[in-house]
Design a protein around this ligand. Structure first.
Ligand code: CTP
Length: 399
C-alpha cells in the first residue's frame, strides 16, 4: 500500500507506561506500511518492554542513553533528529509531556526531542486523574500551541482500575492519526459530504434486497478528505467498517433514509460525492410478519426509489457533484449518459465483475469522465489512492 508513511524515517519514542506493550504492535504496523523506524526508549520504558523486542522488529539499534554513539562515532540522538520525517511518542507519560512543554533535556528521548524539526505526534497515556491534572492539561496545551500534534487518549477502563480518559488508542488508530499528521491539508476550508455502502430494502422483518457493495470506496474517500483537513460527513448504508476518525458518520439502512440524510446535510457542502450503491427499487409493501414458504412461486411488487444523485443535480448551487457508475458493459456510453442526466461535474465509472475493481475489492480501476468532455483512465490502484486522486481532480475544479 502506498501511503505518506512509505519509505519515511520515523522515530518511535517509548516511555515507561503500562501501554508500552502496544508500541510493539505500533512499530510492527509502521514497518508493514513501509516506514523505516527507529526506537528511542526512556529508562523506565525498559521496565515494561525490553530493547531487544524493538531492536528485532525495527531492524535498527535502539537508543536508550544519551551517551551511546553510532558506529561512525557521530552522536546518535542528534543524527536521528536530523534524519527523521516524523516522530511519534507512544505512550507519552506525564513526565515526558512536562519535559517537552518546558524544554527540559535530561535523557536520550527529551534531548533528541529538542533537536527535532519534523512533525511530532504525542500520545498521552496515563491514569485519568493524572491526565485531568491541571499541570498536565496546561503542559498538553503548551505542546499543542508549540505545534505538536496531540492524539487524544481513548476513554475506558484503565490498567490502574479507574475508568475515564487516559488509555493509549489502538495502534491502528495511532497510525491513522499519523497519516493525517503527514498529509498536506489542502481541504481545510472544505465541507465534504460522502455516501457509501449499499442500502437494504426490507421485504419482511428478516429479509431485504441489497447488493454486494462493501462501502470501502466511500469510506476511503471520507478518510482521505479528513486527512486533508476537510470537514467530512459520511452517510453510510450497512457496512462492516469502523467509523473513520473525526468524521461525522450517519448510519442509515434504506434508500429513503439515505435520501433524507443527504438532503439534510447537502446545503452548505462544497463537495458531494455519491459513492453509495443505492437500491433502485424497494418492495411496495413490507410484510409485517415473516413470509412463509407456502407457495412454490412468489412475486414481490417493487417500486422505484428516488434517484438521490439526480435530485442533487437539480438542487446543486455552487457545489461540485461527483457520482459513481457501476457498469457491466459500455462504460463510456453509460457513464457519459449519467454525467449529463444527473448534472454532475465528474463521474467515476468502473466495470464491476472485474477482479481488480468493483464490489468488495481493496483496489479499483476507474475511468473519470468530466463535465467538459475530458476523460482520464486510471490504472488499478488501492481504493485509498483512487480516493486521493479523485480529490485532487475535484480540488482542481473547486472555485
Ligand atoms: N444513485 C442515487 N440514487 C439512486 C440510484 C443511484 O443517488 N436511486 C447514484 C449512485 O450513488 C451513483 C450513481 O447514482 O453515484 C449511479 O448509480 P448506478 O447504480 O451506477 O446507476 P443508476 O443511476 O442506478 O442507473 P442504472 O441502475 O440504470 O445503471
Amino acid at each position: 500500500m502506498t501511503t505518506v508513511i512509505k519509505n519515511k524515517h520515523i522515530v518511535l519514542g517509548v516511555c515507561g507506561g503500562i501501554a508500552a506493550y502496544k508500541s510493539v504492535e505500533l512499530l510492527r504496523l509502521l514497518k508493514k506500511q513501509g516506514a523505516n523506524v527507529r526506537v528511542i526508549m526512556t529508562e523506565n520504558a525498559g521496565a515494561f518492554v525490553g530493547p531487544l523486542t524493538f531492536e528485532a522488529l525495527s531492524g535498527e539499534p535502539v537508543c536508550s542513553s544519551l551517551f551511546e554513539q553510532s558506529f561512525d562515532a557521530s552522536i546518535r540522538h542528534i543524527d536521528w533528529a536530523e534524519a527523521s520525517d516524523a516522530v511519534i511518542i507512544a505512550p507519552a507519560t506525564a513526565n515526558i509531556v512536562g519535559k517537552l512543554a518546558n524544554g527540559i533535556a535530561d535523557d536520550a528521548l527529551s534531548t533528541f526531542m529538542l533537536a527535532v524539526t519534523c512533525p511530532v505526534g504525542i500520545c498521552p497515556s496515563m491514569n485519568t486523574h493524572m491526565y485531568e491534572n491541571r499541570a498536565v492539561k496546561r503542559n498538553l496545551e503548551t505542546l499543542r500551541n508549540d505545534g505538536y500534534f496531540v492524539i487524544e487518549p481513548d476513554a475506558g477502563e484503565l490498567a490502574c482500575g479507574t475508568t475515564g480518559p487516559g488509555r493509549l488508542p489502538e495502534p491502528e488508530d495511532i497510525v491513522d492519526r499519523l497519516l493525517k499528521m503527514l498529509t498536506i491539508k489542502d481541504m481545510r476550508d472544505k465541507k465534504v459530504l460522502v455516501t457509501a455502502g449499499p442500502t437494504w430494502e426490507a421485504i419482511d422483518p428478516v429479509r431485504f434486497i441489497a447488493n454486494p457493495s462493501s462501502g470501502k470506496m466511500g469510506y476511503a474517500l471520507a478518510r482521505a478528505a479528513e486527512y486533508r483537513g476537510g470537514d467530512v460527513t459520511l452517510i453510510s448504508g450497512p457496512a462492516n467498517i469502523p467509523d473513520p476518525l473525526n468524521v461525522n458518520v450517519v448510519r442509515i439502512k434504506t434508500a429513503q433514509e439515505m435520501a433524507q440524510a443527504v438532503f439534510e446535510h447537502m446545503e452548505d457542502c462544497h463537495i458531494i460525492i455519491k459513492a453509495a450503491a443505492v437500491s433502485d427499487y424497494r418492495p411496495k409493501e413490507k410484510e409485517k410478519h415473516k413470509i412463509k414458504k407456502d407457495n412454490d412461486e412468489m412475486i414481490i411488487d417493487l417500486i422505484k426509489n428516488q434517484d438521490i444523485l439526480k435530485e442533487l443535480g437539480k438542487r446543486k448551487k455552487d457545489q461540485i457533484l461527483v457520482g459513481f457508475a457501476a457498469e457491466t458493459r459500455d462504460l463510456e456510453i453509460n457513464a457519459g449518459k449519467k454525467l449529463k442526466e444527473k448534472n454532475l461535474d465528474i463521474i467515476a465509472g468502473n466495470l464491476v465483475g472485474d477482479s481488480s475493481s468493483g464490489f468488495g475489492t481493496d483496489t479499483n480501476k476507474v475511468t473519470l469522465f468530466f463535465k467538459d468532455g475530458k476523460k482520464e483512465s486510471i490504472p488499478e490502484m488501492e481504493k485509498n489512492e483512487v480516493a486521493h486522486l479523485l480529490l485532487d481532480r475535484i480540488l482542481e475544479r473547486v472555485g
